[in-house]
Design a protein around this ligand. Sequence first.
Ligand code: MF3
Ligand code: CO
Ligand code: CO
Length: 261
Amino acid sequence: MDNEAIVLMSKREIEKMRQAGQLAAQLLNYLEPMVKPGVSTLELNDAAEAWTQKHGAKSAPLGYMGFPKSICTSVNEVVCHGIPSAKQILKEGDIINIDVTPLVEGYHGDTSKTFFVGEPSAIARKLVEVTEECLMRGIAAVKPGGRIGDIGAAIQEYAEAQGFSVVRDFVGHGVGRIFHMPPQIPHYGTRGKGKKIRPGMVFTIEPMINEGTWEVEVLADKWTAVTKDRKLSAQFEHTIAVTENGVEILTLLPDRVAAPV
Ligand code: MF3
Ligand code: CO
Ligand code: CO
């Protein structure tokens, strides 16, 4: 994948991506209160699909390379691409990543968060908090004129210093009219290496951080990726746009200001 293959978006296109990104973030907010012991991952899927349709969008994962559902639900040792199922009932102490990608007027908004089901164990809480911090440190490393390797280096340094490991087999990606396109964004690596970061680039950063080994296996369903040691894995994802002076997080909602009394 050479530099020519990387799409640089105009202000007008970034506005389209902002609309898709904001809808994606609102969808996660809508789903969050449903994450409770006793709910099935299929119920979360079906709620997400109905909400997406109601807002005039499509669920990009549905049918993408044969993926059978509208969102990915990745519980505990599942690293990513968990398939929602009526048989999978959330229980107290689980962690679940919900990854949504509404397609709005031809543009993809890709974001995910890991939620606690009830009260987490100490190790689950630490893993999830460190993973969110990894995403924010990765985003902070994005500078026009910098290199893609700066992002992974920032993430890997922090994750490993906290005693965790970084998944290698899945990476962030360019996103726009196409769900997955160049450049690839590894969540590990070396500062100063990789392609140059330029204004107009739009890509995801989506670190998957493991409690134990970074190695993963894909189950017989050909989708569900799990940790090889079956210890916990967490993930957070944002879609970002590189601007002239820094970065805009397209899938971050503005802070809700308290209503005036
Ligand atoms: N949303 C995922 C990502 O972050 C991709 C899911 S592809 C699917 O890139 F087919 F599993 F839905
Ligand atoms: Co995603
Ligand atoms: Co993604």
